[in-house]
Design a protein around this ligand. Structure first.
Ligand code: TYD
Ligand code: MG
Length: 472
C-alpha cells in the first residue's frame, strides 16, 4: 500500500519541508508554505533512491560530442515581434512559458499566434479557463475565426496527454493556463506547486517525445512570480513575459530565458479592440505624446535587446509637507533612483531634501539598463531647476558613485535611432580620454561630459538663478 504522507511545500521555490514553517528555508520568503499530500507521487526532495527502488532501468545510449546536430527547425509565425523575441520562430519539441498578469493579453496573443501559423501546421488550443464559445467569441473579435485552429476546453492532464499522444497529432499546442490543469492522481488542488509542476512535467515530456511545440500560459501572482513558478522557469526552454499596464495600450513581450535565442529581446504590441497589433517602430510611439520642452522630461536613447529604443523619462520634484518625503518610481529601479539622487546631492551640491520625487518611464516600458542613469539625472535636475532639457536632445550614459559619466555600449546605434526620429543633439559620456567637448556623429552633435557636474552645468548655463539657489 502506498504510504500517504503530507509535506509542506513552498509555493514560491518548491522547497519541501517536513513541518510547517513561517519562512521558507530555501528562498527566505514568508508565508509561502502550503501543506500538500504526496501519496503515490515520488518523494519530492525525499530520500535518495526512493524513486528507483524495485524496477530496473534500461541502459541509455551514450554518443560522441561531435555528432551531427540538425539546426533547430523553426516555425515562423509571421508575427515579427513574436518571432524576434522567441529567437526566430518556434522550435520543434520545445516548451515555452508565457507569463504575465491576468488580463494582460496572453490568451489573445496566443490565439493570434496559432491563427497565424494555422495554415502551415496543425495547431491545438487547449483552454482550461474559457469555454469553446468564449474562445470562438474572441476569435471572431480578432478576425481569425476562419483560421484552422483546433479548440478544446479541458483541464485533466491525463485526457490531454491521451489526445496529444498520437503520431499525427498537432505540431503546436497551447495550454492556457497551467494553473487550471490537474493530474487526478495528486490530491492537491489545481494551481498548487505540486499540480503545476507535475502537469507541466508531463506535458513537456510528451512535447519532447512527440516533437510538438508546447506553449504554456502561466499567470503571475501580484509579487511577480508565476504561481508555482520558479519551478516552471527552469523546466521550460524559453520564458517570455508579457507585461504592461492594463490601463495602457502598450504591451511588451520580453524574453528572460531562451535556450534557442537571445534574451533581453523585446517585442512591442498595442492592444486594440481588434486584438494585439505589432509596433515595428516603438520609439515613435513612445514619444508620440511628448509635450516638447517641459521641465522634468528627458528622452533616453536606450537599447532593448538588439533594438535601439527612445523613451521619455519624466521626473517631478515637488516640495513635501511630510517628514519623510515620498519617492515613487514607475518603470525603473527604485534603488537606482536613490543612487542617482545621492550622487546628485553628494557630488553636485543639489538638494532634494524636503522634496517628493516621482519618476516615470512614459509608455509603460520598464527599463533595466544602467545607461538610463544620465537621462534620469537630467530629468531630475531639470524638474528641480525648472529648466527644460532641449526638445531635440537625447541623453544616455551610466553614472558612477563618484559622479563620473561612464560610456555605454552601442553608442552609434543609439545616435542613429535618435537621428532617425529627428533629434539633432545628444548628451553622452565622453569617449576616450580626449577631454570633454563636442563630437559629431551623423546628423547628431554630441555634447560629451566627463561627470555629472557637466550635466548640472548645462542647466546652470540655461537656468541662471534657479540652480545657484539650490546649489548654495
Ligand atoms: P486576455 O488575452 O484574456 O488576457 P490573459 O489571457 O492574459 O488573462 O486579454 C484580456 C484583456 O484584453 C481584456 O481586458 C480585454 C482586452 N482585449 C482587447 O482590448 N481587445 C481584444 O481584441 C481582446 C480579445 C481583448
Ligand atoms: Mg487568458
Amino acid at each position: 500500500m502506498a504510504r500517504s504522507t503530507t509535506q509542506f511545500v513552498c509555493q514560491s521555490c518548491g522547497t519541501a519541508h517536513s513541518r510547517w514553517v513561517g519562512r521558507c528555508e530555501g528562498c527566505d520568503e514568508w508565508n509561502t508554505i502550503v501543506e500538500e499530500a504526496s501519496s503515490g507521487a515520488a518523494p519530492i526532495g525525499g530520500k535518495a533512491g526512493g524513486w528507483t527502488k524495485g524496477a530496473k532501468g534500461k541502459p541509455i545510449e551514450l554518443v560522441a560530442l561531435d555528432g551531427k546536430a540538425a539546426a533547430a527547425p523553426r516555425r515562423i509565425t509571421g508575427i515579427a515581434e513574436f518571432d524576434r523575441v522567441s529567437g526566430g520562430g518556434l522550435v520543434r519539441g520545445s516548451a515555452l512559458l508565457i507569463g504575465g498578469d491576468p488580463g494582460i493579453g496572453k490568451s489573445t496573443l496566443l490565439l493570434q499566434v496559432t491563427a497565424a501559423i494555422g495554415g502551415d501546421a496543425r495547431c491545438a488550443y487547449i483552454s482550461g479557463e474559457e469555454s469553446i464559445d468564449q474562445l470562438r467569441m474572441r476569435a471572431r473579435r480578432l478576425g481569425v475565426i476562419e483560421a484552422p485552429v483546433e479548440l478544446a476546453a479541458a483541464t485533466n492532464v491525463r485526457d490531454i496527454l491521451a489526445t496529444l499522444n498520437a503520431a499525427d497529432g498537432p505540431e503546436i499546442v497551447v495550454v492556457d493556463s497551467i494553473q487550471t490543469m490537474f493530474i487526478d492522481a495528486l490530491d492537491s488542488a489545481p494551481g498548487t506547486v505540486a499540480q503545476v509542476r507535475a502537469s507541466a512535467q508531463e506535458l513537456i515530456r510528451l512535447a519532447k517525445r512527440r516533437g510538438f511545440t508546447l506553449l504554456i500560459v502561466g499567470h503571475v501572482t501580484k509579487d511577480g512570480l508565476i504561481a508555482g513558478p520558479r519551478v516552471l522557469e527552469h523546466m521550460v526552454d524559453t520564458v517570455l513575459y508579457f507585461e504592461g499596464e492594463r490601463s495602457h495600450q502598450f504591451r511588451i513581450l520580453r524574453a528572460v530565458k531562451n535556450r534557442f535565442g537571445p534574451t533581453d529581446e523585446i517585442g512591442v504590441f498595442e492592444m486594440t479592440d481588434k486584438g494585439l497589433i505589432e509596433v515595428p517602430n516603438p520609439s515613435a510611439l513612445f514619444l508620440a505624446d511628448r509635450q516638447g520642452e517641459v521641465a522634468g522630461a528627458a528622452v533616453f536613447a536606450g537599447i532593448e535587446g538588439s533594438r535601439p529604443m527612445l523613451v521619455e523619462i519624466q521626473a517631478l520634484v515637488a516640495p513635501s509637507p511630510l517628514a519623510t518625503p515620498r519617492r515613487a518610481v514607475v518603470g525603473w529601479d527604485s534603488g537606482r533612483l536613490a543612487m542617482v539622487l545621492a550622487v546628485l546631492e553628494a557630488r553636485c551640491g543639489l538638494s532634494f531634501t524636503g522634496n517628493e520625487v516621482y519618476l516615470n518611464v512614459a509608455g509603460g516600458l520598464r527599463i533595466t539598463e544602467p545607461a538610463a542613469d544620465l537621462a534620469v539625472a537630467a530629468a531630475l535636475t531639470s524638474s528641480l531647476t525648472g529648466v527644460p532639457v532641449p526638445a531635440d536632445m537625447v541623453v544616455f550614459g551610466e553614472i558612477g558613485l563618484s559622479g563620473e559619466a561612464r560610456t555605454v555600449s552601442q553608442t552609434d546605434a543609439r545616435l542613429k535611432e535618435a537621428g532617425k526620429l529627428g533629434f539633432t543633439r545628444a548628451l553622452a559620456p565622453q569617449r576616450g580620454k580626449k577631454g570633454r567637448g563636442k563630437a559629431k556623429t551623423g546628423n547628431i552633435s554630441v555634447q560629451e561630459i566627463a561627470d555629472l557636474g557637466g550635466l548640472v552645468a548645462m542647466f546652470r548655463d540655461g537656468g541662471g538663478a534657479a540652480i545657484r539657489a539650490v546649489g548654495g
